[in-house]
Design a protein around this ligand. Structure first.
Ligand code: PHE
Length: 342
């Protein structure tokens, strides 16, 4: 018995020393191999029957010692493994607070959106409601109802993308005037912002750009009201000193029509590179709503009058932020866009 217990002891020592059980699961398996019901030590216990009676007490003692010793060994190793496993888990979960943080570039609002929001704020402060019409528009709303019949030479002023049939990409937000007047009786005071399209592309023209239409219809509206509202817009959008100037112009849907200039904020009217030496910068088209347009929408022109204006948002952004080429606005170069903050 002594030899047998000694042999098992050595075997266990060797196997533990060889690092056979690297995980607690493997350790349990090893433990079972010796101390489990069918294990090697239990087998020795069963063999006690064959031990001569006088040797039994000694054999029993040796067996008891072996069992106690083996349990101790396995327990010690189990504790050690648990400690190591915990240490590994903790190490794996450790956060290095000195590591540089992940960088998320903050976005910025597009300059055209900034201008649109500012205009909406200025005009809604003056009582304008906002109406948004469709970008794919019928010829009727974009042209005919605005007093531009088919074959009218004024159609050449706006090189239009036709989609097919009577549909086109709206070339002006003036189509919104008709959509509003068709549905609503005066008094009307709306602002209609949106994308418009024209087959045109150079440093100051983009095939897609943004306009903001304004329309006021009521009894007794005059050109002076238009001037007053645009003066207020110019002062709020630029500086308190900014002036507006009306020049006679032509649009089929307004009569009289004007081209509106702002005094150049760069030189204060003296003349510089930005205003091409004139002291004025052209920013929008406007006029009194043509009687024919009111009639087309079922509004009596002998009772009501109105004015309309159309502002190019890119043009305002270019003046406000000193941008020389309209294409910069649509190239989506973050180095450019990053410069504009809310
Ligand atoms: N729709 C005109 C344009 O795009 C601008 C305009 C709007 C003129 C309203 C007069 C009245 O050029």
């Amino acid at each position: 018995m002594k030899q047998k217990t000694q042999a098992i002891r050595e075997e266990i020592e060797q196997r533990l020393a060889a690092g056979e059980c690297a995980t607690s699961k493997e350790l349990i398996e090893l433990k079972m191999e010796y101390l489990g019901k069918g294990g090697k030590i239990s087998a020795l216990s069963k063999g006690m029957r064959d031990v001569p009676a006088e040797e039994r007490p000694e054999a029993g003692r040796l067996l008891g010692e072996l069992r106690a010793w083996a349990e101790e060994q396995f327990d010690a190793r189990e504790k050690e493994l648990k400690r190591r496993e915990l240490a590994a888990k903790v190490a794996g979960e450790r956060i290095d607070v000195t590591m540089p943080a992940k960088f998320h570039a903050g976005g910025s609002v597009h300059p055209v959106t900034l201008v649109r929001r500012e205009l909406e704020e200025i005009f809604s402060g003056m009582g304008f409601n906002i109406f948004e019409g469709p970008e794919i528009e019928r010829d009727y709303y974009n042209f005919q109802a605005l007093n531009i019949p088919a074959d009218h030479p004024a159609r050449d002023m706006q090189d239009t993308f036709f989609v097919g049939g009577e549909y086109l990409l709206r070339s002006q937000t003036s189509s919104g005037q008709i959509r509003v007047m068709e549905k609503q009786a005066p008094p009307i005071k709306v602002l209609s912002p949106g994308r418009v399209y024209r087959s045109d592309s150079d440093a100051t023209h983009s095939p897609m750009f943004h306009q903001m239409e304004g329309l006021v219809v009521d009894k007794g509206i005059t050109l002076c009201d238009l001037k007053g509202i645009l003066d207020e817009f110019a002062r709020r959008m630029f500086t308190a000193e900014t002036k507006t100037r009306f020049r006679p112009s032509y649009f089929p849907f307004t009569e009289p029509s004007v081209e509106v200039d702002l005094s150049c904020k760069n030189c204060g009217g003296k003349g510089c590179r930005i205003c091409k030496g004139t002291g004025w910068i052209e920013v929008l088209g406007a006029g009194m709503v043509n009687r024919r347009v009111l009639e087309n929408c079922g509004i009596d022109p002998d009772v009501y009058t109105g004015f309309a204006f159309g502002i190019g948002l890119e043009r305002i952004a270019m003046i406000k932020y000193g941008i020389g080429d309209i294409r910069l606005l649509f190239e989506n170069d973050v180095r450019f866009l990053r410069q504009f903050k809310d």
